[in-house]
Design a protein around this ligand. Structure first.
Ligand code: PEP
Ligand code: MN
Length: 462
């Protein structure tokens, strides 16, 4: 399977796109896209975009289709999706150690969920391209100085100086290359033997051993080991254990970046955004008549939309009409992020109506973004208990409505940071400063991630 870099590229046997389909990929430009950078040097911006549009695809359309089929299975209750990673990836954080720790954490959580829930787990990283952040304000003021807000490494630098905060088009290219090297390492980890389920113990090595969840994981890994040895003795075929499929995803926020990485699939003549397997629209840009909905309606990847606490069933149904008019299995995921105190009130009605009219939709729970608070010491944080209460509320709402809780979308890191309050290690307000490293939102650390997986495995059993 090949992907052409030119929309009209064709040789014998290649499908080309209808001219109207290609033209439609730029319709968003007329729709006043929200949350876009402003570049002072528009020539440099044009050059960066033109270079991006000649670079190789990061993923193949066929891979996006494989993920779509897996998401369709999750929507039917035959699999569970785990999507996790940083709130905002950074260029300096794209090191082998940090990437490996995040991949390991997702693999460990998946082992816990698969074993506990007896369901295959579809693994998706908020990785290899999660560089752009929507912000509630265009500017930030510190000690009387006002500068442009940090919008993610793809736009500007976090340091609070005028030079760093200027929007720099070269960063679009650096984001692409950082995504490429991250994805290359993920592919090596997951197909080069590191993800072999027989290494289930190894994934725990190097993490802090002085906690209850570390030991709980060791005990579960021992059970998995025993099961594998038993099956081995029975002569079972273990090819399926050797490698795992790990998909990439990010918020499709910067539309000129996403457009430049959209190519025509030579098998079908359809456009795919080849910057990641799965793209989602955030809570702030999901306006029905807005640019982001228009653009993602036109690419054939599996896509998601965040639904916050003010969402209604009518909102959801209108989004389905635009983004998934054919009701294609696996195409559309709603990621609900309502907050622990609202989900039980708001979600059941939405589920009931959407479930009746569009049962193909996959429902995932983001228990992070509705539960953000500022701690007394001034850190942006979340309480682990609120996060878990939202997850429990998500399962309750689906039970009430008769729909399927299909997955979890979380901000996590494999490092032992102190960004989220609580958990078994009882991180408290005065401990947040010990290792608070996130540039934007607080992430579960390695131990809190395992703890979440153990609790969700219990919910999956019910
Ligand atoms: C995010 O996922 O980091 C994010 C900004 O989420 P939301 O759009 O749900 O606020
Ligand atoms: Mn976030």
């Amino acid at each position: 399977m090949t992907l052409s870099t030119e929309p009209h590229f064709s040789t014998t046997g290649h499908q080309t796109a209808e001219p109207s389909v290609v033209a439609g990929l730029d319709a968003w430009r007329e729709l006043n896209p929200l949350q876009q950078p402003t570049y002072l040097d528009s020539e440099a911006h044009k050059r960066a975009i033109s270079e991006l549009s000649t670079l190789p695809p990061l993923i193949f359309a066929g891979e996006a289709d494989v993920l779509k089929a897996k998401l369709a299975a999750a929507a039917r209750g035959e699999a569970f999706v785990l999507q996790g990673g940083d709130c905002a990836e950074s260029f300096s954080g794209a090191t082998a150690d940090k990437i490996r720790n995040r991949v390991r954490t997702v693999l460990q959580m998946s082992a816990v969920l698969t074993y506990g829930g007896s369901l295959p787990v579809v693994k998706v990283g908020r990785m290899a391209g999660q560089f752009a952040k929507p912000r509630s304000s265009d500017t930030e003021t510190r000690d009387g100085v006002t500068l442009p807000a940090f919008r993610g490494d793809i736009v500007n630098d976090h340091e609070f100086t005028p030079e760093s905060r200027a929007h720099d088009p070269q960063r679009l290219l650096r984001a692409y290359h950082t995504a490429a090297s991250t994805l290359n390492l993920i592919r090596a980890f997951t197909s080069g033997g590191f993800a072999d389920l027989r290494l289930v113990h190894e994934w725990n090595r190097g993490f802090l051993a002085n906690n209850a969840n570390y030991h709980r994981y060791e005990a579960l890994a021992a059970e998995i080991d025993r099961a594998i040895k038993f099956m081995d003795a029975c002569g079972a075929d273990f090819d399926a254990l050797r490698t795992v499929e790990f998909f990439s995803s990010h918020e499709a926020l910067l539309l000129d970046y996403e457009r430049a990485l959209t190519r025509i699939d030579s098998r079908t003549g359809n456009p795919y955004d080849v910057s990641a397997h799965f793209l989602w629209i955030g809570e702030r840009t999901r306006d029905l008549d807005g640019a982001h909905v228009d653009f993602l309606a036109r690419v054939r990847n599996p896509i998601g939309v965040k639904l916050g606490p003010t969402s209604t069933a009518d909102d959801a149904l209108s989004l389905i009409d635009k983004l998934d008019p054919e009701h294609e299995p696996g195409r559309l995921t709603f990621v609900t992020r309502m907050g622990a105190d609202k989900i039980r009130d708001v979600l059941p009605d939405v589920l009931r109506r959407v479930g009746e009219e569009a049962p193909q939709v996959l429902w995932m729970c983001d228990p992070m973004h509705g539960n953000t608070i500022t701690s007394k010491s001034g850190y942006k944080t979340r309480r682990f208990d609120d996060v878990m209460s939202e997850v429990a509320g998500f399962f309750e709402a689906h039970k009430e409505a008769g729909t399927i809780p299909g997955g979890l979308h979380v901000e996590l890191t494999g490092d032992d940071v102190t960004e989220v309050l609580g958990g078994a290690a009882h991180i408290e307000d005065d401990g947040l400063g010990d290792r608070y490293e996130s540039l934007v939102d607080p992430r579960l650390n390695h131990e809190q991630s395992l703890e979440m997986a153990f609790q969700v495995a219990e919910l999956l059993k019910k």
